[in-house]
Write a protein that binds this ligand. Sequence first.
Ligand SMILES: Cc1cc2nc3c(=O)[nH]c(=O)nc-3n(C[C@H](O)[C@H](O)[C@H](O)COP(=O)(O)O)c2cc1C
Length: 206
Amino acid sequence: MSASDRDPGFFEIVRSQRAHRALLSDPIPEAWIEQILEAGTHAPSAKNCQPWRFVVVQDAALRKQISDGARAAWLAFARDTTEDQTDPGFLDVDRWAMGGLAEAPVVLVLCGDTTVLPLDQMGSSIYPAAQNILLAAAALGLGSLMSSLPLYAPDGSFAKLLGLPEHVVPLATLPIGFPARKLGRPRRRPIAEITSRDRYGVAWKR
Ligand SMILES: Cc1cc2nc3c(=O)[nH]c(=O)nc-3n(C[C@H](O)[C@H](O)[C@H](O)COP(=O)(O)O)c2cc1C
């Protein structure tokens, strides 16, 4: 048995997990949402301080407002920075940012509690939970997306929309839903290109 055969299901999920931007609006069972959140809470955090706070947004009007904020941020800061606007990757993001986001039945907002951990240390204790959430969603056959664009609504309305108190800071939005289409394999650089043996720059060879 090779190392990669020990739990082929796990490695298949890791290798196929991708950014799903086209999601069906069909609801997700609440038990599944809780299973996904629980996976998030099994992530590591500094001193096991568990600074994550979740807001599960299902309300259609709120999802639309989050999507409107993302659209405004896309148009204000990001859309025109893309040179090739015919690229399928751009078109995928563009469709999502211009309103597709609202179709996700759940937008999970991952926040950090700054009374538990200072803001400048928050990311490293929050993003592992995000990754667990993405993998758990994939394991349930759901599509999900790690996204930050909605946080940058130009009118600064995001935190207010969700009634976040000052000490609770939003760090990521993760739309989740049944995938509207099957995605191909992700494109990733081979480990030999990015890995050194013992000292930086010494090729990793077997
Ligand atoms: C911190 C972070 C923020 C991201 N924000 C967005 C976003 O706002 N909108 C979006 O469409 N994708 C966003 N992404 C998703 C990336 O574009 C995606 O993970 C990457 O292109 C790889 O895509 P793939 O898994 O389909 O290969 C974000 C990813 C990360 C890690």
